[in-house]
Design a protein around this ligand. Structure first.
Ligand code: BDR
Ligand code: CA
Length: 311
């Protein structure tokens, strides 16, 4: 199985991503989960990551707490989407599994130093603060990761927290800038992809129909999560952002995109956090990311549903 570290700020869609990974042990070895502040403060994301491990029957997974704020900005959170706990929608027990003592940034560095070069993939589902801190402390890790697969950004689709910026990049644009300039091989799942995987009622009902506690809890969380988009935009369901990262690890053929240059806006007041994707290759700047644009949405939900049924 491929070794992955999941860096996350759960979040109902982060929870779905973690469950998809933990339900796929033949393909993915989750060597650790690192929590970062984002959707809700760090104390809650570190708690929520452990709740999801326990719900998945995996209290053995190691969960580490990382950065409690962005590199240089005030933390922006998204309780308006995820609820005050980050996992609103279902009743969840407080976790009993421990939080590891090691700081997430040190765990990331240690793992990349000790595992053979090119064998560990970073799967990031939140702001890139932990990864940027690791790069600042140990720049050599950029050459040791296999790949960084991230949910973040948007180009033709624009932003979701401002007209220009997607939430994960907006929370810590300086961190994203460091990551995109690091030379790590990057795969990016922007809003252009995630807005194509909508939690239609029929899709949530298929998950609920599995009938087991983890799947039912997931369905209830998704009911809560999608109401934000339904109420605000009148859309049919909500975009299931973060599991696209794990689905890519399992079935890359579900996605298509191209190699591009991506730069992060860090100064403009109007467009800070924007991912400037050179999709049409007009700048001649070197490619630094594989940017996805399309996804087989039915294939994605088939995979997610089939895997959740294993938990
Ligand atoms: C991203 O922001 C968070 O609210 C979600 O969990 C996802 O990672 C989508 O913009
Ligand atoms: Ca997230």
């Amino acid at each position: 199985p491929a070794k992955i570290i999941i860096d996350t700020d759960p979040g109902q869609d982060d929870a779905a991503a973690i469950m998809l990974a933990l339900a796929s042990p033949e393909a993915l070895d989750v060597v650790g989960i690192t929590a970062v502040a984002g959707n809700v403060p760090l104390s809650l994301t570190a708690r929520n990551a452990r709740i999801i491990c326990e719900l998945s029957g995996r209290p053995d997974v190691k969960v580490y707490a990382g950065a409690d704020k962005p590199l240089s900005r005030t933390l922006v959170t998204a309780e308006h989407v995820h609820g005050s706990t980050g996992l609103d929608g279902t009743i969840l027990a407080e976790p009993t599994m421990p939080l590891q003592d090691t700081h997430a940034v040190d765990f990331i560095i240690e793992t990349l130093r000790t595992e053979p070069e090119g064998t560990v993939t970073l799967c990031t589902l939140g702001a890139l603060t932990n990864i940027a801190l690791a790069l600042q402390k140990a720049p050599e890790i950029a050459g040791r990761v296999k790949e960084l697969v991230m949910m973040g950004g948007g180009f033709f689709e624009g932003g979701n927290i401002t007209p220009a910026a997607e939430f994960n990049i907006y929370v810590d644009p300086e961190a994203a800038d460091i990551v995109f300039k690091s030379g790590m091989p990057i795969v990016m799942m922007p809003l252009d992809v995630t807005h194509k995987v909508m939690t239609l009622k029929s899709r949530i009902d298929r998950i609920r129909a599995i009938g087991r506690p983890a799947a039912v809890a997931m369905a209830e969380m998704l009911d809560f999560f999608e109401r934000f988009d339904i109420e605000k935009y009148g859309s049919d369901g909500g975009p299931l952002h973060d599991p696209t990262v794990i689905a890519y690890m399992l079935r890359p053929e579900l996605f298509s995109g191209r190699d591009c240059n991506v730069e992060i806006e860090t100064t403009s007041e109007l467009t800070v956090g924007m991912t400037v994707v050179d999709w049409w290759q007009v700048t001649g700047r070197p490619h630094n990311a594989k940017v996805m644009k399309d996804v087989d949405a039915d294939g994605f939900f088939d995979l997610l549903t089939e895997r959740l049924a294993r938990l």
